[in-house]
Ligand binder design. Sequence first.
Ligand SMILES: CC(C)(COP(=O)(O)OP(=O)(O)OC[C@H]1O[C@@H](n2cnc3c(N)ncnc32)[C@H](O)[C@@H]1OP(=O)(O)O)[C@@H](O)C(=O)NCCC(=O)NCCS
Length: 176
Amino acid sequence: MSDSEIYYEQLKIESEKDFECIKSLISDDLSEPYSIYVYRFFLNQWPDLCYIAKTGNDNLIGVVISKLEPHRDVRLRGYIGMLAVQKQYRGRGIAKELVKKTINEMIEQGCDEVMLETEVVNIPAITLYENMGFIRSKRLYRYYLNQHDAFRLILPVTKKSQTRSAFLPPLQPKVI
Ligand SMILES: CC(C)(COP(=O)(O)OP(=O)(O)OC[C@H]1O[C@@H](n2cnc3c(N)ncnc32)[C@H](O)[C@@H]1OP(=O)(O)O)[C@@H](O)C(=O)NCCC(=O)NCCS
């Protein structure tokens, strides 16, 4: 496979090399400094929702990190925590593919809606998500350390996402 070819895979949690590449890719790009505990919180519990993009020679050039948890005990809410693509590989559909993969896996696991926050000035991210069906649900004043406001975006997946939580029955405990 050549360097120009891109492939996608779920994170293999035991790969320390991939973990280090993910950290440096994200810290280069996102405005918030994340501690190792934040990465471990997401990756150790939901490695199946973390997708990476690599070039043919195994350079890690894109990542999406997500989680999936009950929200108010009535619906399952997916959350996209981090998304980044290395600068020279942007504009080729890599982020869109990573986001599709994590959302498809969330849907496979029964999610009712997907949520995320992004800076109001981050036009590439807002365009990407809105074109995929995400809706602006809130503006969060000075949400980020750099004092920028955020938009909270929601992608409704099931009817539960459009029903007030007070009118929904509690989630059934998962039978293992
Ligand atoms: C946001 C980011 C992940 C997009 O990655 P990407 O691989 O270039 O995105 P894609 O090529 O998959 O683009 C998908 C869609 O996003 C939108 N988009 C991407 N870049 C854009 C730009 N510069 N301006 C406007 N829209 C843009 C477009 O709708 C595009 O679809 P189209 O090409 O069919 O029009 C990338 O710019 C990045 O890593 N930024 C820094 C980190 C960041 O902001 N992460 C998001 C935090 S919420």
